[in-house]
Design a binder for this molecule. Structure first.
Ligand code: FAD
Length: 252
């Protein structure tokens, strides 16, 4: 493929200090319309006269959206260049790939657990649920170091107003004195927001879990996954039944 018939970056949006969304569109988009929310794709970017190596990222938009979106956290050489990409830059995109969250719509009760940028497959699912008017009951735990890291907090709060969604923000940095688990509102809206401080452990999970028979989905760094699976097991959830995605590339 040449840079002339490639897809093009149409928008670059800073989400917070280390995370940026890129939006892109162009020819040959049909194969992305039938994808499942939560799938990923592999991109190469054309800059300085050459295509970059390929990198996988979740498609964070809903499948119904015209423009593809990826939400990318600075991690190494390639991802650190993302905030400086100019609109109009050619981009190749192969995919969609992956099975994570494949049948999530069929689960009446869903528990999503995300660490940091591991929220992206769940954003795709929630945006899809919003577009399709889904009425699944969803409990989302999102673990971050501080509130500044929770770049999609406002959108999630908005989604609680239409979806049966309860968002539990878990911040690992110590809370200011006097703050603890605090439901943010209970004014008759379908969903709600809670805040927790510390590690996502058995006690914290049990404060919010309605049932251990729900379908569980986990996306985050391997160390976080290991710790959370052990805590889920203490709650009576079979770790083997948790659908998991780790953002690990098979790079040589
Ligand atoms: C299915 C899938 C979906 C993904 N979805 C997303 C997403 O939605 N958003 C997102 O931000 N990311 C996502 N990722 C992760 C993303 O692909 C990687 O962060 C990205 O490819 C890293 O590229 P890089 O060149 O910037 O970093 P790299 O240079 O590859 O470095 C990545 C990390 O590894 C460390 N590292 C590099 N080399 C070494 C070494 N030799 N020894 C020890 N540590 C090293 C770096 O310090 C850095 O922390 C996904 C990955 C997969 C597999």
């Amino acid at each position: 493929m040449t840079q002339d018939n490639a897809l093009k970056i149409v928008k670059v949006e800073k989400e917070n200090h280390d995370t940026t969304s890129i939006y892109f569109a162009g020819p040959d988009m049909e194969r992305f319309k039938t994808r499942k929310p939560g799938q990923f794709a592999s991109i190469r970017i054309f800059r300085d006269g050459a295509w970059s190596e390929a990198h996988p990222f979740t498609l964070s938009c809903a499948p119904g959206e015209e423009t593809l979106r990826m939400t990318i956290k600075k991690s190494g050489a390639f991802t650190s260049t993302i905030p400086d990409i100019a609109p109009g830059t050619p981009i190749q995109c192969s995919g969609p790939y992956g099975q994570f969250c494949k049948d999530i719509g069929a689960s009446r009760e869903i528990v999503m657990i995300a660490g940091g940028v591991g929220i992206t497959p769940f954003l795709s699912v929630l945006r899809h649920f919003q577009e399709t008017g889904a009425d699944n009951a969803i409990l989302l735990f999102w673990a971050n170091k501080t509130p500044d890291d929770a770049f999609a907090a406002q959108e999630l709060e908005d989604l609680t107003q239409s979806l049966k969604l309860h968002v539990v923000h878990v911040f690992s940095r110590v809370a200011p004195a006097g703050q603890g688990a605090a439901p943010a509102f209970s004014d008759g809206r379908p969903g709600k927001i809670s805040h927790e401080y510390g590690r996502l452990d058995q006690a914290m999970l049990l404060r919010h879990l309605v049932s251990t028979d729900a379908s569980f989905y986990l996306c985050g760094p391997p160390s976080m996954q290991q710790a959370v699976l052990a805590e889920l097991s203490r709650c009576g959830v079979d770790p083997g039944k948790v659908d998991k995605e780790a953002f690990i590339s098979n790079k040589p």
